[in-house]
Design a protein around this ligand. Structure first.
Ligand code: ZN
Length: 99
C-alpha cells in the first residue's frame, strides 16, 4: 500500500522531469534558430568599399571580383569595368609588378 503510493509519486516526478527536459530542448532549438537568424542579419550588414568610386555598400548588394587572391567589391558593373581597365593600364605601365 505504502510502496505503491511512493511508486505513484516516483512516476509523477519522472513524467515531470521528462516534461521539463523536453521543454528545455524546445527552448534550446528556438534559441539556436534565433541566433542563426541574428548571425545572418549581421553578415548582411557588413559594409564593403568600392575602390573605384570610394563608396561603401552592403556586401550582399556589391559585385565581388576575385583578383590576384584579393576580393574587390563594386557598386555596379560600370565600376567593375573601370577597375579592370585600370588594372590593365597598370599592367602596361608597370609590368614588373605582375607575377
Ligand atoms: Zn562604384
Amino acid at each position: 500500500m505504502m510502496s505503491s503510493f511512493f511508486r505513484l509519486i516516483f512516476y509523477v516526478l519522472l513524467f515531470y522531469l521528462i516534461y521539463q527536459v523536453l521543454r528545455f530542448f524546445q527552448a534550446l532549438k528556438k534559441s539556436q534558430a534565433r541566433s542563426k537568424k541574428a548571425s545572418t542579419a549581421v553578415s548582411s550588414q557588413i559594409m564593403v568599399k568600392d575602390e573605384v568610386c570610394q563608396t561603401y555598400l552592403p556586401q550582399d548588394e556589391a559585385i565581388s571580383l576575385n583578383f590576384q587572391g584579393k576580393t574587390y567589391y563594386f557598386c555596379s558593373e560600370k565600376c567593375q569595368q573601370k577597375f579592370l581597365a585600370e588594372v590593365k593600364k597598370d599592367k602596361k605601365t608597370r609590368p614588373s609588378l605582375n607575377s
